[in-house]
Design a protein around this ligand. Structure first.
Ligand SMILES: Cc1cc2nc3c(=O)[nH]c(=O)nc-3n(C[C@H](O)[C@H](O)[C@H](O)COP(=O)(O)O)c2cc1C
Length: 190
């Protein structure tokens, strides 16, 4: 797909299904991810792939998180949380591996680099015909979820990237126009 067309046509599909991206397609997406801009060459990104049966354990992690955060969550809510792990054949947890108090590179720049890598990852999968949802929610900011995923306290979860074959495309929607978000600056404000 032509590069600009790939950018302009990216959407979050309505529904994902099997098959998962081939190993080759996923490898290409990872290769694109790690070519993101990166101040100081810190490579502040990690990608954790969760697929097949591991999704069930991931669903448990998410359900336990919901229970911690909402102790009165009922069985129906917990079941729904568990099932979310199966809404795509593959989940890739995109992580910012932050070096706290780095002498030169502020943490926000490390987080931005990991965000750019995550967007590269999505666009590379889109270019290969696969669909992706980028999800966060309370679990992305939960210390115990990070521990259970094997992450350090200083790591930040950038997104739970659900990846698969598009079973139902995104509904038609008016896409944002750049007009209104762009200003031309000429001199300092008084
Ligand atoms: C950092 C980040 C976190 C997001 N978390 C969620 C989320 O938890 N749930 C959700 O429905 N959408 C979330 N989104 C937004 C969707 O991924 C999606 O991009 C948005 O709904 C716009 O739809 P589009 O991708 O079709 O343009 C998140 C986006 C970003 C950048």
């Amino acid at each position: 797909m032509e590069a600009l067309e790939n950018l302009m046509s990216r959407r979050s599909p309505n529904k994902l299904a099997e098959p998962a991206p081939s190993k080759e397609a996923l490898d290409k997406a990872m290769a694109a991810a790690v070519r993101a801009p990166d101040h100081g060459k810190l490579k502040p990104w990690r990608f954790i792939v969760i697929d097949s049966e591991a999704r069930s354990a991931f669903g448990d992690v998410m359900a336990r998180c919901l229970k911690r955060q909402q102790p009165d969550a009922n069985d129906e809510m917990l079941k729904r949380e568990l099932e979310k792990a199966f809404r795509a054949p593959t989940i890739v947890v995109a992580v910012a591996r932050i070096q706290p108090q780095h002498p030169k590179i502020p943490e926000v720049e490390q987080l931005l680099a990991a965000g750019a890598a995550t967007q590269n990852f999505w666009l590379a999968l889109h270019a290969q015909g696969y669909g992706v949802y980028w999800k966060t929610g309370a679990a992305a900011y939960d210390a115990q979820v990070k521990r259970e995923l094997g992450l350090a306290e200083s790591d930040q979860i950038v997104g739970f990237m659900y990846v698969g074959t598009i079973a139902a495309p995104a509904p038609d929607a008016k896409r944002p126009e750049a007009e209104g978000f762009v200003e031309r600056w000429t001199r300092p404000a008084a």
